[in-house]
Design a protein around this ligand. Structure first.
Ligand code: ZN
Length: 111
């Protein structure tokens, strides 16, 4: 089975074997597609990444001034490594990407 994976670097959509997704690299820029660490999403990449990725994407909307957000970060990084190839963990800095932060009513940590 093949799946669509969006490159975290250049946002190209790659078709990869599901079983080998954790080792796959982008056909365009050679970046690891599912690197086992959180993908940083921005206003420029968020919609495409979420819309085209066929693996589930769990997004941490965090703020640099938030203590609990920063406390959770090491566990989030660890989960990204453990779930590599199954679930994509991504992060949005709501301080830097304010329009993304403003789009969800569920986000607590936003300016
Ligand atoms: Zn790429």
């Amino acid at each position: 089975m093949t799946i669509h994976a969006v490159c975290p670097s250049c946002a190209a959509v790659n078709r990869v074997e599901r079983e080998r997704a954790a080792q796959a690299t982008c056909g365009k820029c050679k970046t690891a597609l599912l690197p086992g660490k959180p993908v940083v999403l921005t206003e420029a990449t968020f919609d495409r990444f979420i819309g085209k990725s066929e693996l589930p994407v769990l997004v941490d909307f965090w703020a640099p001034w938030c203590g609990p957000c920063k406390m959770m970060a090491p566990q989030f990084d660890q989960a990204a490594a453990e779930l590599a190839g199954e679930v994509i963990l991504a992060k949005v800095d709501t301080q830097a990407e304010q329009s993304l932060g403003a789009r969800s009513p569920f986000i607590r940590c936003r300016p």
